[in-house]
Write a protein that binds this ligand. Structure first.
Ligand SMILES: NC(=O)c1ccc[n+]([C@@H]2O[C@H](COP(=O)([O-])OP(=O)(O)OC[C@H]3O[C@@H](n4cnc5c(N)ncnc54)[C@H](OP(=O)(O)O)[C@@H]3O)[C@@H](O)[C@H]2O)c1
Ligand SMILES: [Zn+2]
Length: 338
């Protein structure tokens, strides 16, 4: 048996375990990816803490996977060994259900979730269905590409589909893995970019990343500041706190929209009267499919957008995850695997 190193979680709330596993074989329509780097996303907590329904353990987490194709399964024609590829949260779809027939692969009723319904990238090798693969452009190394495959695509895709136009006020709330890329995308997409964070610690970094204005929610009422600036066209909410998100509704301008990407389970509190005048709304946004990932990667290469990362070896996964969960990471922790 040829073996590989992998990090798995064996039960809901269990520790990360570094184990030797058999190197998996790609089946029909799949490829095997030799993983070079895998980002640690806040959503990996769903697997670690058992917050996602129906997870089968043991599970190898990781859905910010960057590497190269190592072996191609039967029936795969569009991909070749050696190509540099990545995979994000969306880990494949069925092509047959109603959303798929409508081209809405993200809402496929049977869609696979990388590192959640199937093993992901905290390992030396992982199996990926061909429709979930994204090309990585030459300008990006694996460690820089990895965070773009979830944090990047999610913020880029949410912003480019938000309806905001160049010059509009776009606030990015929560400056972590997603938020620090959201600031860069908002700047490069031509928006007046406002970073909203709690505390002063990230002020200089946020301005360096391209924010025009920094708002510290601990010292001012952020909604009031946004309203005084004319009101946000979009607030991209990445902080996993429903209270913090609800607090920004009054900062929306006319036709303003809160685009929620932060995945929290607690209810938000907002009254219809906060939304009706000015036609304001709240929308959720799931990351996107493989072509969206390629677009995010290509746009990042084109405009020089780079995640700020801290790299850790596979065996230090617990420490790396803790840095993310305790808001210490600046800004994305990446497992450097090979
Ligand atoms: N919709 C999607 O497709 C999608 C994709 C990826 C991730 N997500 C979700 O997006 C969220 C962010 O992920 P991430 O990887 O960017 O996480 P992260 O790196 O931990 O960053 C989250 C940031 O939110 C702020 N924050 C955290 N706890 C807070 C609290 N209690 N109150 C106010 N602010 C708080 C902090 O920023 P400040 O210090 O600046 O306030 C923190 O840096 C998570 O909920 C994740 O599950 C969703
Ligand atoms: Zn993610």
């Amino acid at each position: 048996m040829q073996s590989m190193r992998a990090v798995q979680v064996s039960r809901s709330g269990g520790e990360f375990e570094l184990v030797e596993r058999e190197i998996p074989e790609p089946e029909h329509g799949q490829v095997r990816v030799k993983v070079e780097a895998c980002g640690i996303c806040h959503s990996d907590a769903f697997v670690k803490e058992g917050l996602w329904p129906g997870i089968e353990y043991p599970r190898v987490p990781g859905h910010e996977v960057a590497g190269a194709i190592d072996k191609v399964g039967e029936g795969v024609v569009a991909w070749k060994q050696g190509q540099r590829v990545g995979v994000g949260w969306h880990g494949g779809h069925c092509f047959q259900c109603e959303p798929c027939r409508d081209g809405d692969f993200v809402n496929c009723v049977k869609h696979r979730v990388t590192g959640v319904t199937h093993d992901g990238g905290y390992a030396e090798y992982t199996i990926v269905p061909e429709e979930a693969l994204a090309h990585i452009p030459n300008e990006l190394n694996a460690a820089s590409a990895a965070p773009l495959l979830c944090a990047g695509i999610t913020t880029y895709n949410a912003l480019r589909n938000s309806g905001a136009r160049a010059g509009d006020i776009v606030a990015v709330q929560g400056i972590g893995g997603l938020g620090h890329l959201g600031i860069q995308f908002a700047n490069k997409l031509g928006f007046k970019t406002i970073a909203v964070s709690h505390g002063k610690a990230k002020e200089k970094l946020a301005l360096d990343l391209g924010a025009d204005i920094y708002i510290d929610t601990e010292s001012v009422n952020a909604a009031e500041v946004l309203a005084n600036l004319g009101g946000a066209r979009v607030v991209l909410a990445t902080a996993p706190s429903s209270k913090a998100i609800s607090d920004l509704v009054n900062g929306l301008g006319r036709n303003g929209k809160i685009v929620v990407v932060a995945a929290t389970g607690e209810p938000m509190e907002v009254s219809p009267l906060q939304l009706i005048p000015g036609r304001k709304s709240i929308q959720g946004w799931p990351s996107g499919h493989a072509k969206d990932s390629e677009d995010a990667l290509d746009f990042s290469a084109l405009r020089g957008i780079q995640p700020m990362i801290e790299t850790f070896p596979l065996e230090k996964v617990a420490e790396a995850y803790q840095r993310m969960m305790t808001n210490m990471a600046r800004f994305r922790v990446v497992l450097q695997i090979t």
